[in-house]
Design a protein around this ligand. Structure first.
Ligand SMILES: [Zn+2]
Ligand SMILES: [Zn+2]
Length: 384
């Protein structure tokens, strides 16, 4: 069987056995066994179900790491092809089956070669959809056990022509942050508010006041951000003024500085509005995923490799960042890195169904392109 057909077979197998974050036992075992079959050293259990494959040639101490995620989503699949999900309520709706297969294909091809000098780390990451898999691998020593000079990752993108690349330095995807605000008051009888204190008016005025951070305080062109209050809970009743109102929400932005600014600005607004009403508050802000920020040099390298592979016209180096988030961002704070987006197929064509939809599927036509990209990148960076 040709390698391209084999990669398709691996992808279909992984698609049929989707497993969600940190429960990817069969997926992880399948990948580890394949790497072992190729004669690649395998370290299991880096970030629970994560795997690191290590392939060294020559004497150079230079290295490169390539990361592929392999977890699935809690979605009931609506496709009806032969390799449809066998696991109820779970599906590969983000194409991580394809990412893992492309990296396996590259590992296989490189395992047959002796003409590069240095070490390649094949990083197979769990739980990307939970936003915690990358952190788990880092905590288990991904960057301290091994000397990794740079790390690259690739994600498919429906709506873009299959095999077209989007590679840019700087911010390419947003950070995701959650916040929780509690407005605290004495409560009271709805008919006698003057005898207690009312958090409702205050909590409601916090909601529009928070929008002023986005529209009045941040540079609309250079520092775009989103802030959404998504939930309000109270312990009141129709005739009972509550003692506590909890506002929760989500905010996205494209740099660590803006993230820090928003975190402090929310507290400034909440503190000001509650103090004007003579009320108290609690505030929590948690970063789920940092923004995806590509290093200039690794982006230049990746764009050069992509242009050689698919031609200049299919490499877009000047695209607008996406508001989705990716936990590869945590690896990006450790070593120089590049997160590459690659078209999965135009809307209405094969591969064009949006990510996370029940009839999405990774486009098999992309497998060989991605595999070749990784192989060419390794040859370029670890040239003899
Ligand atoms: Zn996803
Ligand atoms: Zn994904």
């Amino acid at each position: 069987m040709s390698l391209s057909n084999e990669i398709i077979e691996w992808r279909h197998h992984l698609h049929s056995i989707p497993e969600i974050g940190f429960k990817e036992k069969s997926t992880s075992e399948f990948i580890a066994r394949k790497l072992e079959e190729f004669g690649i050293e395998v370290v299991r259990g880096i970030g629970k179900t994560g795997i690191v494959g290590i392939l060294s040639r020559g004497t150079s101490t230079e290295s490169i790491a390539i990361r592929a995620d392999f977890d699935a989503l809690p979605i009931e699949e609506k496709n009806d092809f032969s390799y449809v999900s066998k696991n109820n309520g779970m599906m590969h709706g983000c194409g991580h089956d394809g990412h893992a297969s492309m990296l396996l294909g590259a590992a296989y091809q490189l395992s047959l070669q002796n003409d590069f000098d240095g070490t390649v780390y094949f990083v197979f990451q769990p739980a990307e959809e939970l936003g915690t898999g990358a952190k788990a691998m880092i905590e288990d020593g991904l960057f301290t056990r091994w000397k990794i000079d740079a790390i690259y990752a690739m994600h498919n993108l429906p709506g873009i022509d299959v095999g077209s690349f989007l590679i840019s330095p700087g911010s390419v995807m947003a950070s995701e942050n959650h916040f929780k605000i509690e407005v605290l008051a004495d409560g009271g009888h709805a008919a006698m508010p003057h005898l207690g204190s009312d958090p409702m008016i205050t909590a409601c005025s916090i909601v529009p006041a928070l929008q002023s951070i986005i529209t009045r305080n941040l540079d609309a062109i250079n520092e775009p951000a989103i802030l959404s209050v998504t939930d309000i809970k109270t312990n009141g009743g129709a005739n009972v003024i509550p003692t506590i109102i909890t506002l929760t929400g989500d905010t996205r932005c494209f740099s660590d500085e803006t993230q820090e600014y928003i975190k402090n600005a929310i507290e400034r607004v909440v503190s000001g509005v509650t103090s004007a009403a003579g009320l108290a508050y609690n505030y929590e802000f948690s970063n789920c995923v940092l923004s995806t920020i590509n290093d200039a040099k690794t982006s230049e390298i990746a764009a050069r490799i992509a242009k050689k592979l698919v031609g200049e016209s299919k490499v877009n180096e000047n695209f607008k960042p996406y508001c989705i988030s990716e936990d590869f961002a945590f690896m990006q704070r450790e070593v120089p890195s590049c997160y590459i987006l690659v078209g999965n197929g135009l809307t209405g064509k094969k591969g064009g169904v949006p990510l996370h939809q029940p009839n999405y599927d990774f486009n098999d036509d992309l497998l060989q392109v991605g595999t070749n990209f990784w192989v060419n990148l390794v040859y370029d960076q670890l040239a003899k």
